[in-house]
Design a binder for this molecule. Structure first.
Ligand code: MIG
Length: 801
């Protein structure tokens, strides 16, 4: 640990805790990293000798290893090399996705298994080729190698191949050329581009190359290294410290890959609508007065606010599930007051339980054996905010249930959601890994295991516990959980944020990539601490960050203890007005965001997408990091440089409307766009529908391209709970001189009372008929009672650019 970091740590935790951290590190090392006994060198598996066909795959036996291959769908295959501990199915919600017809054949040097979508050639030496119909190889694995409990294998990479994913990373969008560690870790109070690992790794990558795309998910929670062409440009080396070498390989375009991956590991459920609004947070608003003042500040400055987060100082001495009665004498009352203003309350919870005999959670947990133990049966104690803590073993179903019961009191108090921090798990140590000793025992659902296996799962399982509790304790409302750590499948339970970043332009730029990378890893809901966590952003940096975050799923202002205040009014003008304008824009975007959230729940498609989502065959889009798509309609190009008044934007193939002035441009093109401080370059893809909440009511903005064709959807429901919903699917196209628009309605939510309000872009309707009845036209606006077919006569507005 360098001096700067040490000083930062002392600033955050205080000297006493810093000294204890020395003791903690020493204690951890006593139970620490012991190299597993066994050979020092890697050896390849011995040749596979025979195949046993299975209806959906085959087993292959060699003298020191076995390989099982099963097709879960024609385009999804699971390969498992053993020996090694099989993973508990924490990541998996559904194994059989779709029937596959598998054919088997044998050749001199191996076997071939084929489904409708892919062909696997398994060589006797253990090498595997994945091929398409035309016989082209899209993935090639060399025979895996073992060393003690560890596995590794080499995957060939094509020269043009790009790799994405791996969960939360502060690395380029294309992950190729670096080494990544899979080991959830708090980088320590302030990180910037290049830091690795971070809090939430997902052992998967999505590959794009000239012929196609695939996704591989390694279902193995042990520590791993992903060397993606760093040591050897033409190959990836993947190494797991233990467990079976198991992978799921998915084949198809990116949207299909995410759909399949989230069918396997679970879809992100629809959040309550307020969660897509604006969240204000700070470490910490330390009293009810302070919280009230913040809420009042938002009101006084006419700033919309949907949620306030309570960081650790609301607790009594950092004891989880307690409230400091001095500073928060009436938490339920406070929450009610905030609710009355439309502001939800989210409270932070840490997994560490203060070791304190005067504290019921500790006493009860000890009595019931809820906490992690050392191999000698002693309770493990680690250092966190409360001082010495014990830690629930979330790999034990009884512990999850017990932990979940404690959410009850906060739900009673009216808390709308929970924010799970420090669950990598993180403990304070003066040096080395800031987590549990590897020898810590875990239940692993009763089968037993140690922290090497449980570490990466810990955060996810904390969220599982909370999710189950919230579903049971408050079945009529949707859970909202925000977590710092997680693993494959975490999208079923929680959102995440980018954690303790620096406050710099470099991090703002990085944020886009981190959020896109999470989305490609199955986690559609994330966002940054606006302005960065650890520092003091200038007004300009804050504004630019705020503008970018306004288009990210999690839109939250948060900052570290000791930093200058960062509520929007602190920066004076013009920041305040600009922030207000973007808050209002966010509110306008809510129907669109909510529709995207519904789509994510159906298909796993992330809300924020890299530009290649439009066309993965276009290599020009493969490495664009300074812009992103928000759903199918918007291209967002935040300003990422100090002093900029304009920026260059790459517009992909097609027609694009400038959101601000409706000027039309045609891509592919590199265009320079004006971007004064109050403006973020924003484009709408022609052919899309943008549902916006306007003062006059929900308005469906239709952006008509030259060829007239377009489509889009609107999702609506009560905003929370599990009541009826309605999906309206719209499609439109030219037919002779008229534009025809069809609507297909699904769901039981009643039709909107005032009908549908349309606003046309690129087209001026002159006359209109809904299901044969004439409808009044008002410029580009049309208000139509519920209909199935709309016919419009008018003229296309030719491009103004
Ligand atoms: O050790 O709860 O990432 O958002 O404000 C720091 C205090 C603990 C880390 C989180 C940050 C939060 C802070 N926490």
């Amino acid at each position: 640990m360098d001096l700067r970091k040490a000083l930062l740590a002392i600033r955050f935790v205080g000297l006493r805790t810093a000294l204890r951290a020395v003791w903690a590190a020493w204690g951890r090392d006593r139970w620490g990293r012991k190299e597993p006994p066994g050979p020092a060198a890697w050896s390849p598996v011995k040749p596979l000798q025979r195949m046993t066909p299975l209806p959906d795959g085959a087993c292959f036996a060699g003298s020191n290893a076995e390989l099982e291959i099963r097709f879960l769908a024609p385009d999804v295959v699971r390969l498992t090399w053993t020996p090694g501990v099989l993973p508990l199915p924490y990541a998996i919600v559904q194994e059989r996705l779709e029937e596959a017809h598998v054919t088997h054949s044998e050749q001199a040097d191996g076997w071939t298994l084929a489904s409708e979508a892919m062909r696997l050639e398994i060589r006797t030496d253990g090498g595997i080729r994945f091929r398409d119909d035309a016989g082209r190889t899209w993935r090639a694995e060399d025979p895996p190698e073992c060393r003690g409990e560890a596995w590794r294998h080499r995957v060939r990479l094509r020269p043009e191949e790009r790799l994405y994913g791996l969960g939360e990373r502060a690395a380029p969008l294309n992950r190729r050329g670096r080494i990544y560690r899979m080991w959830n870790r708090d980088p320590g109070g302030s990180y910037g581009p290049g830091a690795d690992p971070l809090y939430l790794g997902i052992p998967l990558w999505l590959s794009l190359h000239a012929d196609s795309a695939y996704l591989v998910f390694y279902e193995n929670p042990f520590e791993a290294l992903f060397d993606l062409g760093a040591s050897e440009p033409g190959a990836a080396w993947v190494t797991f410290a233990g467990g079976a070498l198991r992978e799921y390989v998915f084949y198809g375009p990116p949207s299909r890959l995410l759909e399949r991956y989230t069918a396997l590991t679970g879809r992100p459920p629809l959040p309550p609508r307020w969660a897509l609004g604006f969240h204000q947070s700070r470490w910490s608003y330390g009293s009810a007065e302070e919280v009230r003042a913040v809420a009042q500040g938002f009101r006084d400055h006419d700033l919309p606010l949907h949620a306030i987060h309570l960081d650790i100082d609301y607790m009594d001495g950092y004891r989880v599930f307690t409230v400091d009665r001095q500073r928060f004498p009436d938490l339920p009352g406070l929450i009610r007051e905030l609710d009355a203003r439309g502001i939800r309350t989210v409270v932070i919870l840490d997994p560490g339980v203060k070791a304190d005999l005067g504290y019921a959670v500790y006493r009860e947990g000890v009595a019931r054996g809820m906490f992690c133990q050392l191999p000698d049966g002693q309770l493990y104690r680690g250092l966190v905010w409360p001082g010495w803590c014990v830690f629930p073993d979330f790999t034990d179903p009884e512990v999850r249930a017990w932990w979940g019961e404690h959410y009850h009191a906060f739900l009673e108090a009216g808390a709308a959601g929970f924010w799970h921090d420090m669950n990598e798990p993180t403990t304070f140590v003066a040096w080395g890994e800031p987590t549990f000793p590897l020898a810590i025992r875990h239940s692993m659902e009763g089968r037993g295991g140690d922290h090497r296996e449980a570490h990466n799962l810990y955060g996810m399982l904390m969220n599982w516990a909370a999710w189950e509790a919230l579903r049971q304790l408050r079945p009529d409302r949707r859970p909202f959980l925000l977590t710092r750590s997680g693993w494959a499948g975490i999208q079923r339970y929680a959102w995440t944020w980018t954690g303790d970043t620096e406050s710099s332009w470099a991090v703002l730029r990085q944020t886009l990539v981190t959020v896109m990378g999470l989305g490609l890893s199955g986690i559609p809901y994330s966002g940054p601490d606006i302005g960065g966590f650890s520092g003091a952003p200038s007004a300009e940096l804050f504004i630019r960050w705020f503008q970018a975050a306004a288009f990210m799923p999690l839109f939250r202002n948060h900052a570290a203890q000791g930093t200058p205040r960062r509520e929007p009014w602190v920066f004076g003008e013009p920041a305040l007005s600009i922030v207000r304008a973007f808050l209002r824009l966010r509110v306008r975007l809510m129907p669109y965001l909510y529709t995207l959230a519904w789509e994510a729940a159906q298909t796993g498609a992330p809300l924020v997408r890299p530009l290649f989502w439009l066309d993965e065959k276009d290599p020009d889009l493969w490495e664009i990091e300074d812009a992103f798509l928000l759903g199918p309609a918007l291209l967002v190009a935040p300003v990422l440089e100090a002093g900029a008044q304009a920026r260059e934007v790459f517009l992909p193939t097609g027609e694009w409307y400038d959101f601000w002035n409706n000027r039309r441009r045609t891509g592919p093109a590199r265009v320079v766009v004006e971007a004064p401080l109050d403006r973020l370059p924003l484009f709408v893809r022609a052919g899309s529908l943008l549902p916006l909440a306007e003062p006059e009511g929900l308005t469906l903005h239709l952006y008509v391209p030259s060829d007239g064709k377009g489509a889009g959807r609107l999702y609506e429901d009560a905003g929370d709970g599990f009541g009826p919903h309605r999906v309206d699917r719209f499609e439109w196209w030219w037919e002779g001189e008229s534009l025809r628009l069809h609507r297909i309605r699904e769901g039981e939510l009643p039709e909107p009372e005032g009908g549908f309000r349309f606003r046309w872009h690129g087209f001026t309707p002159a006359r209109a008929w809904a299901d044969g009845r004439p409808v009044p036209v008002d410029g580009s606006i049309l208000v139509v009672p519920p209909f199935t077919e709309l016919i419009l006569e008018g003229r296309p507005v030719r491009s103004s650019a």
